[in-house]
Design a binder for this molecule. Structure first.
Ligand code: NAP
Length: 239
């Protein structure tokens, strides 16, 4: 049972490793715990161990790789009348191996373009998910481009900056400083496509469209985050 006076921490991936030890840290520091992962037995053992720190613990079986798995975990917590004060989102795993494009590799011929963005080069407050997904696309594309060297298959990651399409309107960002700034030249879709296609044909790994966007991307990649975070937030804000 959890107590109404102790803050409650949810740790995902609490059945082993770093998650289990984060749960121990939190319990020692006066928290009750919700432990979540797929394997229940080690979490029940951990719950028993945590009573030594006076922690009440609830164990919930959750497969967070399943569609709706996170929502089910939230519902299970709410159904117990619990409110989470601290969330430690730790569940995860890795797998080593080459990511192949089997048909193309077998034929020893192929070209792939992934469209990322200059948003890929820094974190983006006020558009956090978009920037993070584009960082994923850039990282993933560069990695497989490197893996596929010598196979006859190339991967090109296209990174446009602001481009005159429906994107800004759909994203609700037409009024943002970023798009309206007189200092920035919004590029046409045709110009972006021309540069991207040229890079695809040449098998280039990364194509950043235009000198200004290359400077912005370089700044995003190398500027210390205490500087790039407020700058990006300001660009993602209305005038
Ligand atoms: N160990 C390293 O070298 C290292 C380095 C950098 C970052 N990390 C990160 O640290 C975090 C914890 O990893 P670890 O090193 O402690 O490895 P670990 O001992 O294998 O723990 C992974 C935890 O994630 C849980 N998990 C995996 N898939 C899950 C799913 N589908 N749904 C719910 N829970 C799931 C596992 O529980 P079940 O299998 O019971 O579900 C387990 O509790 C991960 O995010 C990992 O990427 C690890």
């Amino acid at each position: 049972m959890t107590s109404p006076t102790r803050p409650l921490a949810l740790v995902t991936g609490a059945s082993s490793g770093i998650g289990a030890d984060l749960a121990r840290e939190l319990a020692r520091d006066g928290h009750d715990l919700v432990l979540a992962a797929r394997t229940v037995a080690p979490m029940e053992n951990l719950a028993a161990e945590l009573t030594a720190y006076g922690a009440g613990t609830v164990v919930i079986a959750a497969d967070l790789s399943q569609p709706g798995g996170a929502a089910e975990l939230v519902s299970a917590i709410e159904a117990r009348g619990l409110t989470v004060d601290v969330l430690v989102n730790n569940a995860g795993l890795g797998a080593v191996g080459r990511f192949d494009l089997p048909g193309m590799v077998a034929r020893r011929h192929g070209k792939v373009m992934l469209v990322a963005s200059t948003a890929a080069f820094q974190p983006g407050p006020r558009m956090a998910v978009y920037f993070a997904t584009k960082a994923y696309v850039l990282s993933f594309g560069e990695a497989i481009a490197y893996e596929l060297r010598g196979t006859g298959v190339t991967v090109t990651v296209l990174c446009p900056g602001p481009t005159a399409t429906n994107f800004a309107q759909i994203a609700g960002m037409s009024e943002l400083t970023f798009f309206n700034s007189a200092a920035r030249q919004v590029m046409s879709a045709a110009a972006v496509a021309r540069l991207g296609y040229r890079g695809l044909k040449a098998g280039r790994r990364v194509v950043i469209t235009g000198l200004l966007n290359r400077i912005v991307a370089l700044g995003g990649r190398f500027a210390p985050h205490p500087i790039s975070l407020p700058v990006t937030k300001a660009l993602m804000s209305r005038r």
